[in-house]
Ligand binder design. Sequence first.
Ligand SMILES: [Mg+2]
Length: 128
Amino acid sequence: MQDSILKGKKILIVEDDLSSRLYLNKILEKTEAILLNAGDGKEAVELVEKDPEIELILMDIQLPVMDGYTSARKIRELRKEVKLIAQTAYSFSDDMEDMAASGFDDFLIKPIYSGQLIEKLSSYYENI
Ligand SMILES: [Mg+2]
């Protein structure tokens, strides 16, 4: 297999549902990206504070402790350049407005498929 453009990139997966988290890890392991995981929004903010090498964040919206919108806003205050991608079960326009207002760059609607996920994350590097 050709080297993935995501190889060595640090990606943070924020997901409270364990089976979803394992599923996303399994997909992204193939790219040889460096994968970090957080189970709630507060943990995600703390990881971003500690690790300036995180480049991409794939964040669930419905999260315990701190929801995805609040977490995204805090992360955006800390890091202007990080790519923030929401993963959501919803596709209504009000949610999209909330996502944009919270600092998300983009979103994926669940269920998320392997090819779609890798293509979306890779696109941030292909356009540079
Ligand atoms: Mg959730």
